[in-house]
Design a protein around this ligand. Sequence first.
Ligand code: GLU
Length: 295
Amino acid sequence: MTFTTRFAPSPTGPLHLGHAYSALLAAGLADAHGGTFILRIEDIDQSRARPAWEQQIYEDLNWLGLRWRKPVLRQSDRLPRYAEALAKLSDLGLTYPCRCNRADIEAAAGAPQEGVPQFGPDGRIYPGTCRNRTIAEATPQDVIRLNMAAALSDLNELSFIETSETLGGKISINPTHLIEAVGDVVLVRRNMGTSYHLSVVVDDAAQAITDVVRGADLFETTQIHVVLQTLLKVPVPRYHHHRLIRDDHGKRLAKRDDARAIAKYRAEGATPEDIRRMVGLPTIKETGKISSLAP
Ligand code: GLU
């Protein structure tokens, strides 16, 4: 299968240096493998997504020298696909509606116990209050969760191939870790019709992504995605978790770090080559091509 990778930003703020690194790395790997680079707009949170930010994404990436397959897939157009995937998981008896709000979850979590993780990649690990409800009882006020223990009881060995140099090789997923340190993740958020996990898994499969290039902060999240891919019987791509671009204090850049926005550097006169240098990638001038990478 042709190497196919994607950059999948949410149009909820400006792209910053961390995004530039991720996009340039993904596009460079696609180039090096004679493959395809896809841009996907992850706009399921319509309360935060803005057309102006989407436009800015196209401008920034174009300016960086990237080109991608058209038309661009926008997740807000794909809600029926996510509903189909949810129905498959519900038919397997692995989902339940949950009416707990943040305060309910805090209250039910009780006092912290030594050695028991309280937070996973999605925040507070769900204490299971609504686990006995059935999907038939779901109301529009509910979120829909995956019953992680039930999901894993039907699955054998779970693993994925990591292709980054630092972590590279076969990564086995520990089911106990997923149950205890990740828990019953949300598949459908309130007023969203889907969640990040569900839509990413559905779209990576629909777009035949062979290689996901994403930040090392999503390593735990990848394990959730492998569970969903296995349950939905779609291929598990290879994963390349890359280093994170940090600020001067060592903190990972976030959307609110406008100071590191690509558009800001651009307005100040930086060139795309300057951006490559800033994120530790060889410049095109040095190598003559986009694909010479130091991941
Ligand atoms: N929309 C996600 C983000 O911006 C995509 C990351 C991924 O799934 O690789 O973090």
